[in-house]
Design a protein around this ligand. Structure first.
Ligand code: URP
Ligand code: ZN
Ligand code: ZN
Length: 480
């Protein structure tokens, strides 16, 4: 950093509540792109026009010539501080959101982990409010977690949505608290009634459990058997099944998380052709990594579910981003240290905590491999990383676009900065990145959260506790 730039950043930081004027940038929304100035007052966008004048002596001015000015990223799939049974993920709401901010993300929605057996819907919400309070550096919310279905759980959904601001829920078709089809059907039906979006981790538990048992009994315990025990058909079958269950539940709105393969994508395309309300998320790991990682010495780093797929699946997902059949790119950031936590599975893949870090690298990777590589447009980048997440999860119009009245959650991207990803430069609490050495063209230069500079050129400039819990609006299908 030069001395001149340093002074400039000091000024931006010192007066973080004074007006902010971002001049001459290429302002990108999901459907527009133009050179303009953006004025922020009291943390909210006040004006966007060809030329805007500073409104006071103390207006902070940023010259964004040559930079993309975009809505801050919204990562709707993280797992901070999650209790994974054998261990707890190594990023809490401070280190996780700090990393997010440095990667150009200004809001996260965390998937809450399971609570004690039989607990009600409010239990984990109360626990997670405590996890995030005074720690988050950017805005945050949570998805409700459904571990079982009974009359009490069904009756609590309405209060979660309308009084507690939680308008999406996750259910699992595998793992400890998987729901059977009858419970899935009941959950989908009630969540539609109360105005919530159901998000689903789809994998056929019976099939993968059988395969896992077979491998273990044959002494096949290396990390690659984690992937081989969960073939893409397990995921695609569960996607097809839950799509049909959602149809039976009065066409309940459905959101498929962390899609990893083309067959599953084709099932969602078919449902959408039949006007069914189904939305799809994928993650950078399924776009830029592949199953060859399981042949590496450090293959434990890549144990996650669904697992990485063969290379040809990457291209099918890129095509889905391009043609609009995938709506969002999130991360599923669920980090464990390689030196210690991942080693729990060194002798037996079934003991490896599942998940990888990625909250800081989502925006740079998608910008580089997507926009700079010509696979998607800047507008599609905004749609996938911010606009669609905001629309689907009850945040729009306060977030997800650059418009008058919206929160000043803004990222300035420098398309000219080229740098390879190195864990040493990242801000999470893990000890590795699965993307080590991948070159990126374009990096976030500045991240503003409600007008406050929280990251500058790879340095964290925010503070724990700056983030607000966001009370989300009920899911509205009519906005589609
Ligand atoms: O392996 C993963 N993805 N762990 C996090 C939990 C989940 O399935 O989303
Ligand atoms: Zn999952
Ligand atoms: Zn997840």
């Amino acid at each position: 950093m030069t001395f001149e730039q340093f002074n400039h950043i000091e000024a931006l930081l010192d007066n973080s509540s004074s007006p902010l004027l971002i001049q001459h940038g290429t302002v990108v929304d999901h459907d527009t792109i133009r050179i303009a100035d953006v004025l922020v007052v009291d943390g909210v966008i006040e004006q966007i026009a060809d030329h805007v004048r500073p409104i006071s002596e103390d207006t902070r001015i940023v010259d964004a010539k040559g930079l993309y000015v975009m809505p801050g990223g919204i990562d709707v799939h993280t797992h901070f501080n999650i209790d994974a049974g054998m261990t707890r993920s190594c990023d809490d709401f401070f280190t996780g959101t700090r990393a997010a901010a440095c990667g150009g993300t200004t809001m996260i929605i965390d998937h809450m982990g399971f609570g004690p057996k039989g607990c009600d819907l409010f239990h984990q919400l109360d626990v997670y409010h405590e996890y995030a309070r005074d720690k988050a550096v950017i805005d945050y919310s949570f998805h409700g977690v459904i571990q079982h279905i009974d009359e009490r759980i069904l009756s609590q959904m309405e209060e979660m949505v309308h009084q507690r601001g939680i308008s999406s829920f996750k259910l699992y078709m595998t793992y400890t608290y998987k729901l059977d089809d009858c419970s899935v059907l009941k959950a989908l039906t009630q969540l539609k009634k109360v105005g919530a979006l159901t998000t689903v981790h789809p994998e056929n538990d019976a099939a993968l459990s059988l395969k896992r048992q077979q491998f273990i009994s044959e002494g096949k315990v290396a990390p690659k058997y984690h992937a081989l025990s969960r073939p893409l058909e397990c995921e695609a079958e569960a996607i097809a099944r839950v799509i049909n269950l959602a149809k039976l539940a009065d066409s309940a709105p459905l959101y498929i998380v962390h899609l990893s393969n083309g067959l599953g994508l084709d099932y969602t395309r078919l449902a959408r052709q039949n006007q069914q309300p189904v939305w799809v998320e994928t993650c950078p790991q399924y776009l830029v990594l592949d199953s060859s990682c399981y042949d590496r010495e450090d293959a434990l780093k890549y144990v996650l579910s669904p697992p990485l797929r063969d290379k040809e699946e990457n291209d099918k997902l890129w095509q889905g981003l391009r043609d609009g059949s995938i709506d969002t790119v999130a991360t599923d950031h669920c980090s464990f240290t390689f030196a210690e936590q991942k080693q729990l599975g060194a002798e037996d893949f079934t003991k490896t905590p599942n998940g990888i870090p990625g909250v800081e690298t989502r925006m740079p990777l998608l910008f580089s491999e997507g926009v700079m590589a010509g696979r998607i447009t800047p507008n599609q980048f905004v749609s996938l990383t911010s606009y669609q997440p905001a629309k689907l999860f009850g945040l729009y119009p306060n977030k997800g676009h650059l418009g008058v009245g919206a929160d000043a959650d803004i990222v300035l991207f420098d398309p000219g900065k080229q740098q390879a990803i190195r864990h040493i430069n990242l801000h999470d609490n893990a000890d590795y990145t699965p993307y080590e050495s991948i070159p990126c063209k374009g990096w976030p230069l500045m991240t503003f959260s409600r007008g406050k500079l929280v990251a500058y050129d790879g340095e964290f400039t925010g503070e724990a506790g700056d983030g607000h819990f966001v009370h989300r609006k009920p899911f509205s299908q009519s906005s589609y």
